[in-house]
Design a protein around this ligand. Sequence first.
Ligand SMILES: CC(C)(COP(=O)(O)OP(=O)(O)OC[C@H]1O[C@@H](n2cnc3c(N)ncnc32)[C@H](O)[C@@H]1OP(=O)(O)O)[C@@H](O)C(=O)NCCC(=O)NCCS
Length: 190
Amino acid sequence: MRVVERFNPSSVRVLRSPAVGVRDATPEDAARIGDVHYRARAEAYPAFLPPARINTRTLAERQAQWLEFARDPGYGRDRFLVVLEAPREGIVGFAAGGPQRHGDPAFPGEVWSIYLLGPSRGQGHGRLLMSEAARRLAGARYTGLIVWTQPENARARAFYERLGGVYVRTRPSGEFQSVGYGWSDIRTLL
Ligand SMILES: CC(C)(COP(=O)(O)OP(=O)(O)OC[C@H]1O[C@@H](n2cnc3c(N)ncnc32)[C@H](O)[C@@H]1OP(=O)(O)O)[C@@H](O)C(=O)NCCC(=O)NCCS
């Protein structure tokens, strides 16, 4: 799919909760995003994954991953990386996405990552991040989106279902599996 519209990298959007804001990430945020990614997995995944699968990359590798992403020329066009910031704690969550990657053209956009630190969960912040992700993808002319998670991640699955996501399919992911949830009309998430 050809993407013609650029995201506005300077956009700052304060969403429903007055205490938090969502904005585009910068390369300076990469270390903290990597930290949130690493810690969020360490907090949430022991409930359903064996230790070897909780953090498959080191903290330094996560930070390098997000620095590379934020510096990539494609970032800001058909891809996005947004952070959720709280007034005192700073960045407590993030979401990233772009074109779908696993052969599901009915859902041309994809949320690749969405993570919140433990104390920030269950307060509507995940909904805010999904809404912002949908807004970015809709702005790049994507009509639908898909998100993948582990079959064992019951919390994430319930979250996606609550937001109107429809089970699409289960696919192999390395030696494990991923389940996909789709929104054929991205506007329902805005
Ligand atoms: C999954 C995650 C992003 C959800 O974010 P969150 O802030 O906890 O979710 P919210 O508070 O925004 O919930 C949004 C809605 O989903 C519902 N919901 C969330 N978790 C739920 C659960 N376990 N069971 C049922 N409903 C749930 C909420 O009740 C809420 O509905 P409402 O707005 O109608 O009241 C967050 O829990 C997280 O970061 N988890 C760890 C990392 C992870 O698993 N990421 C996904 C990787 S694919």
